[in-house]
Design a protein around this ligand. Structure first.
Ligand SMILES: Nc1ncnc2c1ncn2[C@@H]1O[C@H](COP(=O)(O)OP(=O)(O)OP(=O)(O)O)[C@@H](O)[C@H]1O
Ligand SMILES: [Mg+2]
Length: 453
C-alpha cells in the first residue's frame, strides 16, 4: 500500500517542535535537580543556624555532670508552621542522652567545620539532619537537629513551575504561530494546485501565479516550460496528421480515378491493361503507409521500446546490401559493399538500424539512373561510420538540410517517393546519438549520405 506523503506543514512543525521539545526536556531535567539543590542550600543554612542556637541553650549541671535542653528553648526555637522538627543529644559513645530516640544514627563522615547534613527518615517521613559538635565540661557531645522536607519541596516546586511554565507557554505559542504562518505561506501553492487541476486539457497557456515564494517560482517556470514543449509537440503532431492525411488523399483519389476509368471501359482487355498502373499506385500507397508507420515507430516518444545491444555494423550492412541486389540488378545498377575485415561494433537497435540502411539504399537505387553505381561503405576511423554513395543526380546543396524534413521531396525528381525516408533516417540516427551528413561523392558528383555513430 502506498504511504501517504507527509504534508509540508507536518514536516516543518516536526523539525521545529522536536528540537524545541528536546531542549525543553533537557532544561526541565536540569531545573529539577537545580531546584532541589537550591532549596537544600537555602534551608540547610537555616537548619544549621537553628542547630547552633539550640546548642547555646544547652544547660550543664556540673554537680552530676548532666546536660539537657530545656523544654522552653525547644518549644520556642523548634516551632515551624510547615515542618516537624526533631532533636537529639548524643554522648561521645553515640548514645542519645536527651531528645528524640528515633533520631537516625551518627553520621560517619563530617566536613571540616563539624557541620554536616544528610537525608534520612523518621517514621517513614523524609528528613534532613544537621549536626553540631560540642565540648562541655571536657566531654564531647553531638547535637543533631532534623526537619521534614515540606518547605524544601514547596520551594523547589515553585522554582520549577516558575521557570518551566513560561517556556512551555512559549513552545505552545510558537506552535500556533508557525501553524498559521505555514498555512498562510502555503496558500499560493494551494491556489497553484487549484489553477492546474481546474485547467482544461487543451489549455496549454502558461500559468500566471503571482505571490508564489522564490522556492516555488522555479516549479511554476518548469510547469510553464513543460506546457510550452507540450504545445509544440501537439502542434507538430497535428501538422503531421494533416500532412499525412493530405499525402494519402492525393494517391487515393488517383487510384479511385484509375479504377473508375477502367470500369467505364466495359472492355475486359482495356481493364486488364489498366491493372499494372493501378498496382503501381497501390504499391506506392503501401510504401507511404509503411513509411508513416516507421516514422511513428521512431518518434521520440517511442524510444522506450528501443532494444539496444551490441551490433556488428559491417555484418548488418553487408546482409542488407545483399537483399537489395535484385532491385539494383533490375536497373542494371552496380551495388557494391566495402567494410574493414574486423567487426565494427556499435550500440544500437538492430531493427531500427536496418530501417535506416534500407531507406538510404532505397533512395540510392530509386534516384540513380539505370547502369549507375552505388557503394555501401562501413568504416571504423575515429568513430564507426556508414555511408551510401551513388553517382545519381545528387542533391543540390540548398536542399541538403530540407530533405530530412517530413514529406519533403526535391522537385524534378522522376521517381516520386513519400518524402519520409530521410526523416526516418534522422530520427533513428538521433536516438542512437549519431549524426547524418549529405555531400557528393569524392569526384563531386552524385550523392553521399553518411551516418557517424
Ligand atoms: N540518393 C539520392 N539521390 C538524389 N536525391 C535524393 C537521394 N536521396 C534522397 N533524395 C532526395 O531527397 C528527397 C527526400 O528523400 P526521402 O527518402 O526522405 O523521401 P522519398 O524518397 O521521397 O520518400 P520515401 O523514402 O519516404 O519513400 C527525395 O524526394 C529526393 O528528392
Ligand atoms: Mg526515400
Amino acid at each position: 500500500m502506498p504511504t501517504k506523503p507527509h504534508t509540508l506543514r507536518r514536516k516543518l512543525l516536526t523539525w521545529l517542535l522536536l528540537p524545541l521539545l528536546a531542549l525543553f526536556f533537557i532544561r526541565a531535567g536540569y531545573t529539577y535537580f537545580y531546584a532541589n539543590e537550591l532549596a537544600n542550600r537555602v534551608y540547610d543554612r537555616m537548619l544549621f543556624r537553628l542547630t547552633v542556637s539550640l546548642s547555646q541553650q544547652i544547660i550543664y549541671d556540673s554537680s552530676n555532670q548532666h546536660i539537657e535542653l530545656p523544654q522552653t528553648a525547644t518549644e520556642i526555637l523548634m516551632t515551624d508552621e510547615l515542618d516537624v522538627l526533631y532533636f537529639a543529644i548524643r554522648d561521645a559513645q553515640g548514645i542519645i542522652i536527651d531528645g528524640d530516640q528515633r533520631m537516625p544514627f551518627i553520621p560517619t563522615r563530617r566536613n571540616q567545620d563539624g557541620k554536616f547534613f544528610f537525608d534520612d527518615q523518621i517514621d517513614g517521613h523524609k528528613i534532613r539532619v544537621s549536626h553540631f559538635d560540642l565540648t562541655i565540661g571536657h566531654k564531647r557531645y553531638l547535637l543533631q537537629v532534623a526537619e521534614t522536607l515540606i518547605k524544601r519541596s514547596l520551594l523547589a516546586r515553585e522554582f520549577q513551575t516558575g521557570v518551566l511554565l513560561p517556556q512551555a507557554l512559549i513552545i505552545i505559542l510558537a506552535t500556533i504561530i508557525v501553524w498559521f504562518g505555514i498555512g498562510k505561506s502555503l496558500a499560493p501553492l494551494k491556489r497553484l494546485q487549484k489553477a492546474v487541476s481546474e485547467r482544461s486539457h487543451i489549455d496549454l497557456s502558461p500559468l500566471h501565479e503571482k505571490d508564489v515564494s522564490a522556492e516555488v517560482q522555479p516549479l511554476v517556470n518548469s510547469i510553464n516550460d513543460l506546457m510550452a514543449r507540450l504545445s509544440e509537440v501537439l502542434d507538430a503532431q497535428n501538422r503531421f496528421i494533416a500532412d499525412a492525411a493530405h499525402q494519402l488523399r492525393t494517391p487515393l483519389a488517383g487510384l479511385k480515378t484509375q479504377i473508375e476509368l477502367a470500369l467505364r471501359q466495359n472492355d475486359a482487355a482495356v481493364t486488364a491493361q489498366a491493372m499494372p498502373s493501378i498496382l503501381v499506385s497501390a504499391d506506392r500507397m503501401t510504401r507511404l503507409v509503411n513509411q508513416l508507420l516507421a516514422l511513428a515507430r521512431n518518434e521520440p516518444k517511442a524510444e522506450r521500446a528501443i532494444q539496444m545491444g551490441v551490433i556488428d555494423l559491417g555484418a548488418l550492412a553487408s546482409n542488407i546490401t545483399m537483399e537489395w541486389v535484385p532491385q539494383a540488378l533490375e536497373k542494371d545498377i552496380d551495388l557494391g559493399f566495402e567494410a574493414p575485415k574486423s567487426p565494427v561494433k556499435i550500440q544500437g537497435d538492430a531493427a531500427r538500424i536496418k530501417d535506416l540502411i534500407d531507406n538510404l539504399i532505397d533512395n540510392a537505387v530509386r534516384y540513380t539512373d539505370p547502369h549507375g553505381q552505388i557503394t555501401v561503405h562501413v568504416s571504423n576511423g575515429d568513430k564507426p561510420q556508414l555511408s551510401v554513395t551513388d553517382n545519381g543526380p545528387g542533391i543540390p546543396p540548398e536542399h541538403r538540410e530540407r530533405v530530412f524534413e517530413r514529406f519533403y521531396s526535391v522537385l524534378g525528381n522522376t521517381a516520386n517517393g513519400s518524402g519520409l525516408g530521410l526523416a526516418i533516417v534522422r530520427e533513428i540516427a538521433r536516438m542512437h546519438g549519431a549524426t547524418t551528413h549529405i555531400d557528393s561523392a569524392a569526384d563531386g558528383t552524385g550523392t553521399r549520405i553518411s551516418v557517424v555513430f
